[in-house]
Design a protein around this ligand. Sequence first.
Ligand SMILES: [Mg+2]
Length: 121
Amino acid sequence: MTQQDKAEYIARYYGYNNQSRKAMEEAGELIQAINKFWEGPMENGNVSLEEAALCKEEIALMEELADMQIMIWQMCYFHGMDLTETIEGKLDRQIRRISMERGIPQEQRERILNTFLGGRR
Ligand SMILES: [Mg+2]
């Protein structure tokens, strides 16, 4: 039994109406946790991620990321969605955008495309 299987059981038990609202609630909690870490330990970007890490705000962030992952699995179950190809497309598009950023030397551009997209453009 995978973690996703367990999330799907929970989804079936509570149903779409409850869990779609729960997903919105968890999304809000995740936004708050990211913000608390950013404004707290990271002091609005004045402290590095490494220096800010391993504090109660980061543990809280981990909890909320886990909650969101569980809700994403449940929403995908309800809608019969498999995100694999959509995620792949979005990642490739962003890597392509990075490779096209101004100031990136041609050699590095080629290396990025070869590494992540097998040379595809
Ligand atoms: Mg939560």
